[in-house]
Design a protein around this ligand. Structure first.
Ligand code: SF4
Length: 242
């Protein structure tokens, strides 16, 4: 087989095996991850990427809470496993559940614009939700669902080791900070989770319903970018008025 034929074959095999993973076949997904090791695909993921992929396999077709019954896809997370900035939302919405990816609906497009406004691309950050499965009709997550699913987000944070976290909305902020404070008290200052700074702001879906919250959100993300420059400092100078 020529090299390009191998590439085509492995692409098709990976797509099929990833589909099997989503349909509940984590063992087959494991085979997909083994393709690079077999020399059929390169390059291998980074150490953090490998740890994250292994964790995804470990979670498999989780059915620990009742949300498994109504979901279409378990939405694990997406983005750069070596990200310095991690973004955490509440739970998948309708479009995310259908496509198996976080923040791909209208709120996701607004999130992209917010990130772009302070010099970040979606590809360089990692995005995940507290809950991996969609609550029916987007109702609020139940405490027992949160208790069962939160360890997955904690596992992702442990593997990615972000230098900064942006929490979108009250539920994400409270879950990350283990508190019950209202968002009005959590945003506007830098919070901390196990030594990692957390900036809380409004969820993009809430911004779509309440455009008057765009100004405070802009202030929050400017604070995020300033803190990123202080803590990480790997981006070109940023001029908010440019
Ligand atoms: S919401 Fe979390 S705990 Fe519940 S089934 Fe989905 S992955 Fe499992």
């Amino acid at each position: 087989m020529t090299e390009s034929a191998v590439d085509v074959w492995t692409s098709k095999a990976e797509a099929y095996l990833a589909q099997q993973r989503d349909l509940g076949g984590p063992e087959l997904y494991g085979l997909a991850l083994a393709l690079p090791a077999l020399g059929l695909r390169g390059p291998a993921p980074s150490p953090a990427g490998g740890r994250l992929e292994a964790f995804r396999i470990e979670i498999g077709d989780c059915r620990k809470c009742g949300l498994a019954a109504s979901r279409t896809h378990l939405v694990f997370g997406a983005g750069n496993p070596d990200a310095r900035l991690m973004i955490v939302g509440e739970a998948p919405g309708e479009e995310e559940d259908r496509r198996g990816e976080p923040f791909v609906g209208e709120a996701g497009r607004l999130l992209d614009r917010i990130l772009n406004a302070v010099g970040f691309d979606r590809e360089e950050v990692y995005i995940a939700n507290v809950l991996k499965c969609r609550p029916p009709r987007n109702r609020d997550p139940l405490p027992e669902e949160t208790a069962l699913c939160l360890p997955y987000l904690e596992g992702q944070i442990d593997r990615i080791q972000p230098r900064l976290i942006l929490a979108l909305g009250r539920f994400a902020a409270q879950s990350l900070l283990s508190c019950a404070d209202p968002l009005s008290r959590l945003r506007g200052a830098v919070q901390e989770r196990n030594g990692v700074p957390v900036i809380a702001t409004y969820h993009p879906a809430a911004l779509l319903r309440n455009p008057e919250w765009k100004r405070p959100t802009w202030e929050d993300v400017q604070r995020l970018r300033k803190l990123y420059d202080e803590r990480v400092g790997d981006k070109p100078a940023w001029n908010p008025s440019a």
